[in-house]
Design a protein around this ligand. Structure first.
Ligand code: FES
Ligand code: FES
Length: 182
């Protein structure tokens, strides 16, 4: 070094942006994103889709769960820049017009929430979980890995263990999901 500024060094304070076409709940959003931006922040702060919640922002609570191409992801750990042309579904997109998703109806019928903060993540996670089970994916409590998983309460609890509920509505959440699974 000769004492002059090294202009070849990357400056972390300068955002790097990328143009994307996001598809969320069947709507298209042409958007320019900072490559460090999480999907949760894009949804909540820029698209005004505030259903997914920021509980921990560290991948630990599941309140931010959404679906990407039908599979559940924690949006606080997912960089938006990776989602060009992927199909994102949030809790706002689960209903079919005015008809709630069967899981939404079951959550109401079983009183499966108290404050409701975790509920959008629980619902999206349950949708993804039911698809995983229908595709034959075992969990660590599946007794017979070669047979189609049967969604009893133990299976549902295990498969939903990434979604915490600080109100402790677990018993009713399991009952609601169990009804839809049957
Ligand atoms: S906010 Fe994403 S897991 Fe808690
Ligand atoms: S209903 Fe309050 S955190 Fe789950």
């Amino acid at each position: 070094m000769n004492g002059e500024a090294d202009t070849t060094r990357w400056d972390a304070s300068t955002p790097v942006t990328v143009d994307l076409r996001l598809s969320v709940n069947r709507d298209e959003y042409p958007i320019t994103v900072d490559t460090r931006e999480t999907l949760l922040d894009t949804l909540r702060e820029r698209l005004d889709l505030t259903g997914a919640k920021k509980g921990c922002d560290h991948g630990q609570c599941g309140a931010c769960t959404v679906l990407v191409d039908g599979r559940r992801v924690k949006s606080c750990l997912t960089l938006t820049v990776t989602l060009d042309d992927r199909e994102i579904t949030t809790v706002e997109g689960l209903a079919d017009g005015d008809a709630p998703h069967p899981l939404q109806t079951a959550f109401v019928d079983h009183d499966a929430f108290q404050c409701g903060y975790c509920t959008p993540g629980q619902l999206c996670s349950a949708v993804g979980m039911l698809a995983e089970a229908a595709a034959g994916w075992p969990s660590v409590v599946t007794p017979d890995m070669s047979a189609a998983p049967r969604l009893d309460d133990d299976e549902i609890r295990e498969r939903m263990s990434g979604n915490l509920c600080r109100c402790g509505a677990y018993v009713n959440i399991v009952a609601a999901i169990g009804e839809v699974a049957r």
